[in-house]
Design a protein around this ligand. Sequence first.
Ligand SMILES: C[S@@+](CC[C@H](N)C(=O)[O-])C[C@H]1O[C@@H](n2cnc3c(N)ncnc32)[C@H](O)[C@@H]1O
Length: 229
Amino acid sequence: MSELQRIRERYEARDASAALSGFWTLANPVVLHLAQERERAVLTLLTRHAVDLAPARILDVGCGAGAEFANWLRWGAQLDHLYGVELLAPRARQAHQAWGPRVVQASGAALPFADASFDLVLQNVVFSSITDAGLRAAVAREMLRVLRPGGWLLSYDAARTRNRDPHFRDLPEAELRTLFPSLPLELRRLSTHLGLLRRVHAALGERGMVALELTGLFKTHLLALGQKA
Ligand SMILES: C[S@@+](CC[C@H](N)C(=O)[O-])C[C@H]1O[C@@H](n2cnc3c(N)ncnc32)[C@H](O)[C@@H]1O
């Protein structure tokens, strides 16, 4: 079975199972906590580098059902400058219908866009779904190809979860830098270990999660922002 077929089947099974997909909703306080930490970190980075979202053409690679589009619109991006690419057709349709951007069903390894046609290209927990090194490299090459010189690359992904799911693979810092060798990446460690966070929430509630976050310990993900030369 090809890597793309494996990924398709994995996400089809996930979308068909409430048990697998039901956890990741903002109604879940643990998910909300992680999302708000990430939002603060993304906006802090973008603001520090004076990235102007209003005129920016933005591409979300592996956009899923489009959860990130709501953020980009809220953060100042324009709907007609917002694009998505998603491997699964039902997810691509859902992302367009829910939020309105143009979403193309395609692989991130063959982006149907011209060279240098975006000001910001992002991926949000997509590489960790791709276990094959060749496909990871191909997606990264395509992300760089469609990014204009001076444009921004944004990546958020698992770096050291040590998750044993065979459909999942961490993207450690060294590999992230290898995938985007020409970019000076500014990194932030984010997202407290999920199992630990769930236990702390069960025992101590939101305050426990905030206290643990403030220690800066047990972070499993990396947020990276880099500007193409
Ligand atoms: C964990 S989900 C994240 C979805 C979305 N980025 C978000 O944050 O809500 C990973 C998504 O990446 C998509 N994906 C994985 N490999 C891909 C590829 N090679 N090309 C395009 N999409 C891909 C999957 O279909 C899935 O929707």
